[in-house]
Design a protein around this ligand. Structure first.
Ligand code: GLY
Length: 587
């Protein structure tokens, strides 16, 4: 059991506010646990920002600053989250969006919580066999990169619902900064320039997208100004008309016309019918900390609480951080949670999802007993093809917000793949998602083995596709502890899990909890993906001897988080060092 006084005293010492020189010396050879240079990835001490009153941490500096300005002007954390989200739709086109969807988890200053589901929906014309080609064969192209891959967008409805229910600022003041970024342009940073340059050949198939994200066909360079006039006009309609500026009138017509041109299914009726849903968060406890996360149609919160419940029965800290024993136990809980994810999780408006059982301490005890009996591979039947598990994109973006009253907002939203479907709506200037790819491919891929059980997550009219996004908030004894989340497809859940474990079990300072190397296992394929330098070659050999196949990956997740110093109440913004554009802005 963690000694909270020790935890608090570490926070009091503020070890994360290391000088740049100290961090450089760590990166030159200083080592964390297991010989890994634990802070090597932290770029400079300035990246971690401490603030007294309000904080936004997001994937682009302009967006974090716009959110913080809303807080300074008296807006609350929901207002700032909306303004940050609209700004990212301009400055972070790979995942920031108005043509996609996502989730928002809110913790109010009095400890109440809620969750907003603005996940995309299947259009009315959807059906489980819609991803077959003309010869009746499943087509990954249709499923992931076609007009049929586009789900009915939810972001604008989600932000409008959040504002109506919990905002305090004027709506137009939250959208207007994004209008300015689109109309007047913003400065392209190195990471975005490289991303757009890489994508330009693929954008050639999508002339509107190619024109919007190139300079007369040539790649933008760092320092160039990117103007998106059509997107600015759409944002103006949203600013002036609210959700109707997107789901009706000009924007809806332009979107429906593009669908018709490209053989898509979304109509103006689909858009008019779209509603965001408010849901009760999934909650749990971990060694005295309260975990508040996203319920279905995300699998994230359910799997997170399930895994933490199993880990709670072991002395994880005694295993040693990222040791073979620690990795083995993480893999065994991940394996089981991802099996349950595939078996049970789906849109709760369409399927009976046993969240209560999956997140119960009793169920965790059963799973723990199986792991302790040494049945490491027991839940990975050999006769289930790894190909039966649909790929999920590592794109998406997460941002965290806390205001001066202690209201905390955790938002993860997405277009699914980087730049989504890559289809920009002509005349409206926004990218469309390819979220229908998060539905299962077709009936039969699940039932022919009888082991994956993915029937609940098939495409049906107005169903929401299963997600892994895990916007999460941690609290303890009535006080906010952290706002956490990440992009990364299925790896999202495991990234959030490890940040929680790093914070609670290993008592890491916030920067280290976020920077530390991560691993991922998702039941199928039966492979542990280790982030490079997760552990030494010797430790990796021990893990292999324990029966785990290993694959090395360069990077996992981009977790832009906020922690609260329990001693002073100061906010500590930690942009994930894996993203050179991630920025904490506070005051
Ligand atoms: N498209 C990524 C997710 O929803 O998890």
């Amino acid at each position: 059991m963690i000694d909270f006084e020790t935890f608090a005293s570490r926070f009091r010492a503020r070890p994360w506010l290391l000088s740049a020189a100290a961090l450089l010396s760590l990166s030159a050879g200083g080592c964390g646990q297991n010989g890994q240079p634990a802070l090597e990835a932290v770029r400079s001490a300035q990246d971690v920002v401490e603030a007294e009153t309000g904080m936004v941490v997001s994937a682009y500096p302009d967006a974090s600053e716009i959110g913080t300005e809303v807080l300074r002007a008296g807006g609350n954390a929901v207002d700032a989250a909306i303004a940050t989200g609209f700004a990212l739709a301009v400055t972070h086109p790979t995942a920031g969006n108005i043509g996609g969807g996502g989730f928002m988890v809110i913790r109010f200053p009095d400890g109440r919580t809620t969750a907003l589901d603005f996940r995309e929906k299947a259009p009315l014309a959807a059906h489980p066999e819609m991803f077959l080609d003309e010869s009746g064969e499943y087509s990954a192209q249709v499923h992931h990169y076609s007009h049929l891959a586009v789900g009915v967008p939810g972001t604008v409805a989600g932000f409008a619902h959040a504002h109506e229910s919990y905002g305090s600022a004027e709506w137009r003041d939250l959208v207007d900064p994004a209008v300015g970024l689109a109309r007047d342009g913003f400065v392209v940073r190195e990471r975005l320039a490289r991303s757009l340059e890489r994508m330009l050949p693929r954008f050639e198939t999508y002339p509107t997208t190619h024109a919007q994200f190139s300079k007369d066909g040539s790649p933008y360079q760092p320092g160039d100004t990117l103007v998106q006039a059509d997107l600015g006009a759409t944002l103006e309609r949203i600013r002036d008309e609210g959700r109707a500026g997107f789901y009706a009138g000009t924007t809806a017509r332009l979107l429906a016309e593009e669908m018709e041109r490209g053989g898509g299914a979304i109509t103006e009726e689909d858009l008019a019918r779209y509603q965001a849903q408010e849901r009760a968060p999934v909650t749990g406890t971990y060694r005295g900390f309260d975990v508040i996360s996203m319920p279905p149609p995300s699998s994230g919160g359910t799997a997170l609480v399930e895994m933490l419940n199993v880990l709670e029965g072991w002395d994880v800290a005694a295993m040693g951080h990222n040791s073979p024993e620690h990795a083995h136990h993480l893999v065994e809980v991940m394996r089981r949670a991802f099996r349950d994810r595939a078996t049970y999780l789906a849109d709760p408006d369409f399927a009976d999802v046993p969240v209560e059982r999956l997140t119960s301490k009793e169920y965790a005890a059963e799973l723990r007993a199986v792991v302790e009996a040494g049945q490491a591979g027991a839940s990975s039947p050999e006769d289930v093809s790894a190909a039966a598990v649909a790929p999920e994109s590592a794109e998406t973006t997460h941002y965290s917000v806390v205001d001066g009253d202690g209201m905390a907002v955790s938002v993860t939203y997405t277009l699914e793949a980087g730049y989504g479907s890559m289809i920009t709506v002509p005349g409206a200037g926004f990218l469309l998602n390819n979220e229908m790819g998060d539905f299962n491919a077709r009936p039969g891929l699940t039932t022919e083995t009888g082991l994956i059980g993915t029937e609940p997550n098939l495409a049906r009219p107005e169903q929401r596709m299963l997600s892994s996004m895990t916007p999460t908030i941690l609290a303890r004894d009535g006080a906010l502890v952290a706002v956490v989340g990440s992009p990364g497809g299925r790896t999202i859940i495991n990234t959030v899990l490890q940040i929680v474990v790093n914070t609670v079990d290993f008592e890491m300072a916030p920067a280290q909890a976020v920077a530390s190397r991560r691993l991922h296992h998702q039941w199928l394929p039966n492979v542990v993906r280790l982030e490079e330098r997760y552990m030494s070659a010797e430790d990796a050999a021990v893990l292999e001897e324990m029966g785990h196949a290993i694959d090395w990956r360069s990077s996992q997740g981009i977790a832009h988080c906020i922690f609260v110093d329990p001693a002073t109440g100061a906010l500590v913004g930690v942009p994930d060092p894996r993203d050179s554009d991630g920025t904490a802005a506070g005051y």
